[in-house]
Design a protein around this ligand. Structure first.
Ligand SMILES: [Zn+2]
Ligand SMILES: [Zn+2]
Length: 261
């Protein structure tokens, strides 16, 4: 049994076959999937998606760096009001210096504000970091350094794309690392090495559907069932069999989000 810890099934690319995609994932051995809402306008739809398959689909409510300009102090109260049992984390939140047009100081203020809101909501955080570890790590150190998480992790650095040292530091700060399609790309040996260096106890699986398809589906829409391709390539990288990889990452994901066993 695998868990897809990060998908965007409310994306328009799933409008034609959303429920079939969920059922295909569940039938293929994905026991649980977590829908990520990137902006307040999407929070209600994320919770509605959970109600389609209660106990199998959970969600997180966030403010992606692309939408960081929407940050305002009142958003914390709105987030607290939106909390529900199926909301297992706050995110994604974070910093994107690769493709995002929102100015960096605005992103940083929104990121810090949402981390505080996550604490108020008593939820772990789903962190997005693209070409921004130099600014991200000081924020994580300041807020989480030396503090034990309420559960096993403070959160996850999803779609981890950093170096071996950054992987080890995120894990040491109490963060899981999300592995998705890019770990299957032949040229990404440094990424696989970074995840192996952080250790299997830090890794969770994700797809970031409809983005980041595995190598076998390059250029196509990614969906939660594709998490199996990520798991297979990671098992090879860690030198463990498929069952051991599945058991470890599923246990990690349950601890991360506090999912029932
Ligand atoms: Zn992201
Ligand atoms: Zn995402």
């Amino acid at each position: 049994m695998l868990i897809d810890t990060h998908a965007h099934l409310n994306d328009a690319r799933f409008d034609e076959d959303r429920e079939a995609v969920i059922d295909r994932a569940l039938a293929s051995g994905v026991g649980t999937l977590v829908e990520i809402a990137d902006a307040p306008a999407d929070w209600g739809r994320a919770k509605a998606l959970c109600r389609l398959r209660p106990g199998r689909v959970y969600c997180t409510l966030g403010l992606h760096p692309y939408h960081a300009a929407q940050w305002r102090p009142g958003l914390e109260a709105e987030l607290l009001a939106a909390m529900a049992p199926e909301v297992v984390a706050v995110g994604e939140v974070g910093l994107d210096y690769a493709r995002c047009s929102v100015p960096r100081p605005v992103q940083l203020e929104a990121f810090r504000g949402m981390l505080a809101a996550a604490k108020a909501a008593d939820r772990p955080v789903v962190v997005h970091c693209r070409d921004a570890f130099a600014d991200l790590l000081p924020v994580l150190r300041e807020r989480y350094g030396g503090k034990s998480p309420a559960r096993r992790y403070h959160g996850v650095v999803h779609c981890f794309s950093g170096t071996e040292d950054e992987a080890k530091e995120c894990a040491a700060l109490g963060f899981a690392l999300g592995a998705d399609g890019p770990v299957t790309y032949p040229k990404n040996e440094p990424l696989r090495r970074a995840l192996v260096a952080a250790g299997l106890s830090a890794v969770v699986l994700e797809t970031d559907s409809p983005y980041l398809p595995p190598q076998s589906k390059r250029g196509k829409r990614c969906e939660p069932a594709d998490v199996a391709a990520v798991a297979a390539r990671l098992a090879e990288a860690f030198g463990v069999d498929a069952e051991a990889l599945a058991a470890a990452t599923t246990a990690n994901a349950r601890s991360l989000y506090g999912l029932p066993v």
